[in-house]
Design a protein around this ligand. Structure first.
Ligand code: NAD
Length: 444
C-alpha cells in the first residue's frame, strides 16, 4: 500500500517568495557541474540574505589552506605510479578542521574545496566545535590491490602529516575509503610521533580507538531526519516508500535502517545501476550480493533500472546518497518525490534547487541531513582524547538529540524567514562561522 503524502501548509514552499527582491532580480542561478562554483553560489545567496560584511564574505569564500601532493607508489608488477592527493582546510574559526578523505578517479581540487566548505557549514549547523576540511586522492580504489591501497594510504598520510593532527585537522572516511583506511592513517601518523595518536582520525575500527555507532552514523542520521521531516505530515516511517541512490556506507546503511523501521525501500542503486521492487527490496540480500559480486545489480530481486531513472520514481522520499550533481536543471522537473533527504554531499545543483523549490518539493539539505557521521566522529574524537569509551546506545541517543535539535533549528529558521531548508541551514551555519571569526578578529 502506498502513502500519498500531502505536505502541510508550512512545508509546501510553492509560490512563496523566498529570497530578497534583490536576489530574485539577480536572475536564476547558473547551472554548473563544478561543485566549488555551486558551493560558492550557495554561500553568495546566504551572504546576501545575511547582509554579511563584504570582507567577511571574501574570507569565507576562500579555503584557508590547501595542500597538493604528488607521491610515488610501488605497484604489484614492480612499476612505480605517481598519484596526486589534496588536503584542503576551509575554515578553523570554530575549532580544528574536520572532514573526510575521498578516493576517486574523478576527484580534483575544486571538488575537495567544495566538500571542505560544506564541512565548515555542517559542523556549525549541528553546533560541534570543528571547522571544515576535506581530502582526496585521484585514484580508483577498485583497481588497486589491498597492499597497493595500504602503500598509497600510508604515503598520502605521510605527505599530509604536516597539516593534520588531533588538535589541528582530523580526517575521516568518505567515498572510496573506510575504517581500514583510517587505521592505516592513524598508524602512519603515530609512527611519525613515536606514540599512538588515535584522535588524529575518526571512523577507525572500534579495536583501535573507533567509536561504537560510527559506521552506521550517517545512515542513522538520515533516518532520524526523515522521521522528523515526515512527522509534520502526520506520518511515520512504517510503509513509507523510499528510493535510495548509492549503496555504500551512507545509502546501504540508510536502506537497512529504513527497512528495520518498517519503511518500504522500493529502489536502490550503485554505480552499475539499480533495482526496483514495488513490494520492497530485501536489503540484507542486496548487501550480501554487493559483498560477493561488488555490485547489487546481479541480484534478481527486482526490475533493473538506471541510477538516474531511480531519481524520477514515484516514491514518498528520495535519498540521493551517491555523489554530486545528480539532480540538475535537466531532470529536476521530472522528480516526483515530494520529499528529498540529501545523503550525499552536493547532489543538487543550485539551479535544480530553485526548480524544486518552485514546484513545492521539500528538500532537507546535505549540510543537515548527512551530519550524523560528523557528529559521531566528534564523539569518537572526544572518547579518544579522554581514553574513555561509550556504549552504542549512548552514542546513538546523543547523536539523535543533536540531529533533532539541528533539524528543528533549521525548520524554525525556514518558517521565520520564509525560505527553503537549504538557505535556512546556510543562514545558521554561515552566521555562526562569521560570528566566531568576528570575535576572534583578524591576526595580527
Ligand atoms: P561509498 O564509497 O561507501 O559508497 C558510494 C556508493 O555510491 C557506492 O554504492 C557506489 O557504487 C555508488 N555510486 C557512485 N557513483 C554513483 C552514481 N553515479 N550513481 C549511483 N551510485 C553511485 O561512499 P559513502 O561514504 O556512502 O558516501 C556517499 C556520499 O555521502 C558522498 O557524497 C559522501 O561525501 C557523502 N557522505 C558520506 C559520509 C560518511 O560518513 N561516509 C558522511 C556524510 C556524507
Amino acid at each position: 500500500m502506498s502513502i500519498a503524502i500531502a505536505l502541510p501548509e508550512g512545508m509546501r514552499t510553492r509560490n512563496r517568495p523566498t529570497l530578497p527582491e534583490a536576489l530574485l532580480r539577480a536572475g536564476s542561478p547558473r547551472e554548473s557541474s563544478n561543485p566549488y562554483h555551486n558551493a560558492l553560489e550557495q554561500l553568495d545567496i546566504a551572504a546576501q540574505y545575511l547582509e554579511l560584511d563584504p570582507g567577511m564574505h571574501e574570507i569565507l569564500k576562500h579555503p584557508q589552506r590547501e595542500l597538493t601532493v604528488h607521491f610515488p607508489v610501488k605497484r604489484e608488477d614492480g612499476s612505480t605510479q605517481v598519484f596526486t592527493g589534496y588536503r584542503v582546510q576551509h575554515n578553523i574559526a570554530r575549532g580544528p578542521s574536520k572532514g573526510g578523505i575521498r578516493y576517486s578517479p574523478l576527484t580534483d581540487i575544486d571538488e575537495v574545496r567544495a566538500l571542505a566548505m560544506w564541512m565548515t557549514w555542517k559542523c556549525a549547523i549541528v553546533n560541534i566545535p570543528f571547522g571544515g576540511a576535506k581530502g582526496g586522492v585521484v585514484c580508483d580504489p577498485k583497481t588497486l590491490s589491498n597492499s597497493e591501497l595500504e602503500r598509497l594510504t600510508r604515503r598520502y598520510a605521510s605527505e599530509i602529516s604536516i597539516v593534520i593532527g588531533p588538535t589541528s585537522d582530523i580526517p575521516a572516511p568518505d567515498m572510496g575509503t573506510n575504517a581500514q583506511t583510517m587505521a592505516w592513517i592513524m598508524d602512519t601518523y603515530s609512527m611519525t610521533q613515536g606514540h599512538t595518536v588515535p584522535a588524529v582520525v575518526t571512523g577507525k575500527p572500534v579495536a583501535v580507538g573507533g567509536s561504537e555507532g560510527r559506521n552506521d552514523a550517517t545512515g542513522r542520521g538520515i533516518v532520524f531526519i526523515t522521521r522528523e521531516a515526515i512527522r509534520e505530515s502526520g506520518l511515520d516511517l512504517r510503509g513509507l516508500r523510499v528510493a535510495i541512490q548509492g549503496f555504500g556506507n551512507v545509502g546501504g546503511v540508510a536502506a537497512r535502517l529504513f527497512a528495520e523501521a518498517g519503511a518500504k525501500v522500493v529502489a536502490v542503486s550503485d554505480a552499475n545501476g539499480g533495482l526496483y521492487n514495488a513490494d520492497g527490496l530485501d536489503i540484507a540480500a542486496l548487501r550480501d550480493c554487493t559483498n560477493r559480486d561488488g555490485t547489487l545489480t546481479t541480484h534478481g530481486g527486482g526490475d533493473t533500472i538506471g541510477t538516474r531513472e531511480l531519481l524520477e520514481l514515484d516514491v514518498d522520499v528520495l535519498v540521493p546518497a551517491a555523489t554530486e550533481n545528480q539532480i540538475t536543471a535537466e531532470n529536476a522537473d521530472r522528480i516526483k518525490a515530494p520529499i528529498i533527504i540529501e545523503g550525499a554531499n552536493g547532489p543538487t545543483t543550485p539551479a535544480a534547487d530553485r526548480m524544486l523549490h518552485e514546484r513545492g518539493v521539500f528538500l532537507v539539505p546535505d549540510v543537515l541531513a548527512n551530519a550524523g557521521g560528523v557528529v559521531v566522529s566528534y564523539f569518537e574524537w572526544v572518547q579518544d582524547l579522554q581514553f574513555f569509551f561509550w556504549q552504542e546506545e549512548e552514542v546513538n541517543a546523543k547523536m539523535e538529540a543533536i540531529m533533532v535539535r539541528a533539524y528543528r533549528d533549521v525548520r524554525t529558521m525556514a518558517k521565520r524567514e520564509n525560505v527553503d531548508m537549504r538557505l535556512a541551514a546556510h543562514l545558521i551555519g554561515v552566521k555562526r562561522v562569521a560570528d566566531a571569526s568576528t570575535l576572534r578578529g583578524i591576526y595580527p
